[in-house]
Design a protein around this ligand. Structure first.
Ligand SMILES: [Zn+2]
Length: 243
């Protein structure tokens, strides 16, 4: 999946978790800030990609970090795209949250600001440093420190699921390689697993899928802004029941 698709699917996943009641955020500002963080975290697993958005985000430091992560995690679509990678991102976000309550909010703010700034840049909104600062200020204003680790985890999980929908797939059990008895495109001899309904990364199918998710996020944004009163899922089910 491409960066934009990852961000939009992560934002959609976070909003869907909220709409379905699995996560409950009633305050619109908190929902907006955490959605931006989730969208940015949707690109986090590609911190192993030398030519990805993260590598280009804060040069030259980001390039060094990416090189180091790729070395530790075995290369692209390996460690950071596995259950271990998810656990790492989760622990990182959780530690940042704990530090905040110990009086040191710097790591949590840096994480939220970096993710949010990255998402804004991907969505072609004013991103970069200004976007990061706005998200940091938003995190403080809405006091969404406790919710951030969940947003980060949801975003990173959406990334791995997204890559699993493309031909190349992922190996969720890295560094272990579980080989199938009968290799197929769903579970290859390399241990990579996929449900390749979107075809190759960047395919037309992926673009259509991202477009649908973007419509969901856009409709939800109207709810957050108070323009519509029902989130998209409810709006559609009401529309259907009215027929
Ligand atoms: Zn990826």
């Amino acid at each position: 999946m491409m960066g934009y698709s990852h961000s939009i699917s992560a934002a959609a996943a976070w909003l869907a978790l909220n709409e379905s009641g699995i996560i409950r955020i009633d305050d619109p500002a908190t929902l907006a800030v955490t959605t931006l963080a989730a969208a940015g975290a949707g690109m986090l697993p590609d911190i192993d990609h030398h030519n990805g958005s993260i590598a280009h985000s804060i040069p030259p430091v980001s390039r060094w970090v990416v090189r180091l992560v790729a070395k530790i995690s075995g290369g692209h679509r390996k460690g950071t795209h596995s259950l271990i990678g998810l656990a790492f991102f989760w622990v990182l976000a959780l530690s940042a949250n704990r530090l905040t309550y110990a009086g040191v909010p710097l790591l949590a703010l840096a994480l939220a600001g970096f993710a949010g700034g990255l998402a804004l840049r991907t969505f072609r909104a004013p991103g970069g440093w200004a976007g990061a600062l706005v998200v940091m200020a938003g995190t403080i204003y809405t006091n969404s420190f406790a919710t951030m680790p969940w947003a980060i985890l949801a975003g990173a999980t959406a990334h791995i699921v997204g890559d699993a929908l493309t031909t190349r797939g992922v190996n969720p059990f890295w560094p272990a390689t579980l080989r199938p008895l009968v290799p197929s495109p769903l579970w290859r001899r390399s241990g990579y697993m996929a449900l390749p309904v979107l075809g190759d990364a960047g395919s037309n199918r992926e673009n259509i899928f991202s477009g649908l998710l973007a419509s969901y996020v856009g409709l939800y944004a109207l709810t957050i802004l108070g323009i519509t009163h029902l989130p998209p899922g409810e709006l559609i089910s009401q529309f259907i029941s009215d027929r």
